[in-house]
Design a protein. Structure first.
Length: 139
């Protein structure tokens, strides 16, 4: 009757208890440390081959940007450049540079749960406008 409580468990029970305790310690460590140490600022250069001039001139620095395809908030516009396609057209080529916080991957960057690669296409929402863009450069 005066056996210690530890002797009431068999070896399998002790291994399971140890695994649960180690799992809880790892979970707490992951929550406290997280992967936020790898988050850095990147400049993502997006190119829109053709958009109405009125929409492109409406893109201003510090405008909030969202990926219309996945719904991921990307950051803010750093700069935008407009290159006319030809003299008679009311459409131009737009180059929009974004400031994005993400994690560097082998082939691109991850912003929350979305991976962005050079050359990938998506719908960029800037203010009230939507642009079909591709990523030209990630710096």
């Amino acid at each position: 009757m005066d056996k210690k409580i530890i002797w009431k468990f068999n070896l399998i029970d002790l291994i399971i208890i140890a695994l649960v305790i180690l799992s809880l310690i790892a979970l707490v460590y992951k929550i406290v440390q997280g992967s936020n140490n790898d988050v850095k600022k990147f400049e993502v250069v997006c190119v829109c081959n053709e958009a109405p001039n009125d929409l492109l001139y409406g893109v201003s620095p510090d405008s909030e940007c969202i990926d219309g395809t996945s719904g991921t908030e990307l950051g803010k516009v750093v700069s935008s450049e407009i290159q006319p396609i030809d003299e008679t057209s009311d459409k131009s080529k737009g180059i929009i540079t974004l400031s994005v916080e993400g994690i560097k991957n082998d082939h691109g960057i991850s912003v929350r749960d979305t991976v962005y690669l050079k050359g990938s296409s998506f719908s960029l929402i800037v203010g009230d406008s939507v642009f079909d863009v591709y990523i030209n450069d990630i710096r």
